[in-house]
Design a protein around this ligand. Sequence first.
Ligand code: ATP
Length: 354
Amino acid sequence: MLTLGVLRGDGIGPEIVDSATRIVERAVAGGSVDVRWCELPFGLEAIGEFGTPLPETTLAELAGLPGWILGPHDNAGYPDRFRGTLSPGGTIRKHFNLFANIRPARSLSTAVPAVCPDLDVVIVRENTEGFYADRNMYDGAGEFMPTPDIALAVAVFTRTACERIAHQAFQVATVRRKSVIVAHKANVLAKTTGLFRDACLAVAEHYPDVEVRGEHIDALAARLVSHPRDFDVIVAENMFGDILSDLAGQLSGSLGMAPSINTSQIHAMAQAAHGSAPDIAGRDIANPVAMILSSAMLLRWLAGRDGGIRALGDAADRIEVAVGRVLDAGVGTPDVGGSASTSSFTEHVLAALK
Ligand code: ATP
């Protein structure tokens, strides 16, 4: 029996998380392992009940689990007292040191229109420091205002964090097309992104089979659109990686199809690259693909651990094939030009898994 956590989150979270858990259950059914879900309070609902979007009891339960599914959270919809504090998702990443955010983006089906159908890239995003000031302080926030008209933010880059994310990127590239591009802006931000670039290039020495080079983030963003085939793995600091992965997700079809996992050595968290999409919440039209494929990534990560259960990797493969088949058959949610609802798309994937 494998127990995994479920945090359904805000906005479209409950709709897409329910879709993903049903599909995981179907994919592992009849195999050598049963999955049991441990649903934990998180998000707006938890504020109502516990006075915080991330109760201590949730963190304590997660500590005993190897992995979990995190629905998106809607910080902007939280009461004012939570403004300027670390988001609940950021807190989980920091608490469990989930330093690597792996975000693949590729076209999943020729039936889904894409600006860059040839794009097949993995963005490896550093998750614990960089330009996101909200997670950069031991105590207090890394953004502050000395006067009402001046705002300051603190960026943090440490060699240790740059090196460990670089190792992760090279390991991903080793089993792909063996190329890593290091995103930086060292012509302007010489110390911070310069350290990131130099640490990544130094780590490259351990991976002689992998091609590596640095590229300015702005030029890189333009080239991602003009020359999508040139990219295999991109390693980036926190904010650059976040922005690039939304761009890559949309270029390859829809933000609603861009999956991700966040990992440490001992825990993994499935989390769609997109947010809580409050504009479409509760209407049964959200695309569940990103959440479904994030869950498949979680299963594959669990299978790849020491003593991992191979059946979980097989289940992940089956989920990916089933989603591809459904999309190939022209079934898709409105964001990809289709007319399927979240629930009918889910039923199609469940049927394809039979
Ligand atoms: P965050 O700050 O949490 O990233 P955001 O509002 O900046 O939130 P999203 O919530 O990702 O960004 O939404 C951006 C746009 O993409 C919205 O118009 C939203 O409806 C759309 N979108 C996001 N996810 C999906 C999805 N799964 N299915 C369909 N549309 C989506």
